[in-house]
Design a protein around this ligand. Structure first.
Ligand SMILES: *Cc1c(COP(=O)(O)O)cnc(C)c1O
Length: 424
């Protein structure tokens, strides 16, 4: 595609965009009275207007029905979470019985590790990526210590090659081979939060299974952003937060995937609670724990319905649009942003480098820009100009155009604002 760096051209792309009508379904913050250019949907997605309705509905049911809302609300609370199974299963490429919503992301990874990380003397190592998202590092370190093991001898990190910004699949695969039968678990971010690199989840899963290791994916930046085929790839488990690309609201509930092949395995340990117990017999308060067949069988507590309400509104928007259209726009708008960045650099110079892979198959909506000069000053300038970007130490700005609500015109205006700064 031959792009042009002009307002007219950007507007023509918006005119052809089948998702353009969704932009007005989101609330945008303002800076100096002007709607911002929002690049941080990978950190906290914008508020869908429908979310407000969904929350109000629960507030109303609570006021009018109180405890009776569990069974008699329009959307009864006792099985409210089941409404997510169908739409979420399409987002992550799973069967509806393999997904559920509960807790928050890191908490879910801990719970899933309780099931899938059962180290023995011979099989105990965990493979992860170097410089993983801090929460994942703390998760793995503390799990290892919980089992009385030494993190230094137990955690194996895949590294980037010197001078390179991204992981090579062959290096991950050969690391798995190297650890071999001692490998108990692979737990990696499927889409790297720092660089925006998408990993080859299919082949990494396959290779780890050659050594009878379990494979779990942290999909914080992947869910609602890339095509996932968790069932087909045979991933053992996965979890994601819903407040990034899934637009569910700050700190909101996580989603999890547990592959069908594990649902009836009674030898797998799980940490139980009454919401994971046989639904028909839940209120009989029997002493014998009988987990539900399927991912809901990993539930513990009755669910925070006020949190699930905006998440449900968002998931239904995904259902309405479908991942295919979101991905098509994602690729186009990300390439357009890349083009704009390169145009500006060639017009006025700019001491920066895009460290996200160039190959559209290895990236999604995020471009990470490494600033070689005084990066922090550019960040402060952009924020002041109403361009909301994300700063990551030591010197990376992350830009994530979100197909639901970012316009091509936003990309053009961003380019002009950036150019003004670089010309100085
Ligand atoms: C955003 C993110 C988290 C956040 O975890 P919470 O438990 O929701 O606070 C964890 N891991 C990765 C890779 C992330 O990108």
């Amino acid at each position: 595609m031959k792009f042009e760096n002009s307002l007219k051209y950007a507007q023509s792309l918006d005119a052809q965009d089948v998702l353009s009508k969704y932009r007005s379904e989101f609330n945008f913050p303002k800076v100096n009275g002007k709607q911002v250019i929002y690049f941080t949907g990978n950190s906290l997605g914008l508020q869908p207007k429908r979310a407000v309705e969904y929350v109000n509905e629960v507030m109303k049911d609570w006021a009018e029905l109180a405890v009776e809302g569990h069974f008699y609300a329009d959307k009864p609370w006792w099985d409210y979470h089941e409404r997510f199974s169908e739409p979420l299963s399409k987002i992550v490429g799973a069967k509806p019985i393999e997904v559920t919503v509960m807790n928050t992301l890191t908490v879910n990874l801990h719970l899933l590790m309780a099931t899938f990380y059962r180290p023995t003397v011979k099989k105990f190592k965990i493979l992860c990526e170097e410089k993983a998202f801090p929460s994942d590092q703390y998760l793995i370190q503390t799990q290892v210590k919980f089992h009385g093991l030494d993190p230094k001898e137990t955690i194996v990190e895949v590294k980037r090659r010197p001078g390179e910004h991204n992981f090579r699949t062959e290096d991950i695969l050969s690391k798995i081979e190297e650890v071999g039968d001692e490998l108990a678990l692979v737990l990696i971010g499927g889409l790297n939060y720092y660089t925006g690199q998408v990993l080859d989840m299919k082949n990494i899963t396959k290779k780890a299974h050659d050594y009878q290791a379990y494979v779990g994916w942290d999909l914080a930046h992947a869910a609602g952003n890339i095509e996932l085929k968790l069932h087909e790839w045979g991933a053992d488990f996965a979890a994601w937060c819903s407040y990034k690309y899934m637009n569910s609201g700050p700190g909101n509930a996580s989603g999890c995937f547990i592959h069908e092949k594990h649902h009836n395995n009674k030898d797998l340990v799980r940490l139980g609670g009454w919401w994971g117990h046989n639904k028909e017999r839940r209120f009989l308060m029997e002493p014998e724990y009988e987990p539900i067949a399927g991912a809901h069988g990993w539930q513990i507590s009755n669910l925070p319905i006020l949190s699930l309400a905006p998440y449900l509104a968002s998931v239904e928007m995904f259902e309405e649009v479908g991942m295919e259209k979101l991905i098509a726009k994602r690729d186009l708008i990300t390439s357009y942003l890349e083009f704009i960045l390169k145009e500006i650099a060639s017009e006025v110079g700019g001491d920066f480098e895009i460290i996200t892979p160039e190959n559209p198959k290895e990236r999604a909506s995020q471009l990470s820009v490494l600033l070689h000069g005084e990066g922090r000053a550019l960040f402060d300038y952009l924020m002041k100009e109403g361009v909301i970007v994300d700063w990551r130490e030591p010197n990376v700005i992350r830009l994530a155009p979100v197909p639901f609500y970012t316009s091509f015109e936003d990309m053009y205006h961003f380019g002009q604002i950036l150019k003004k700064y670089l010309q100085k």
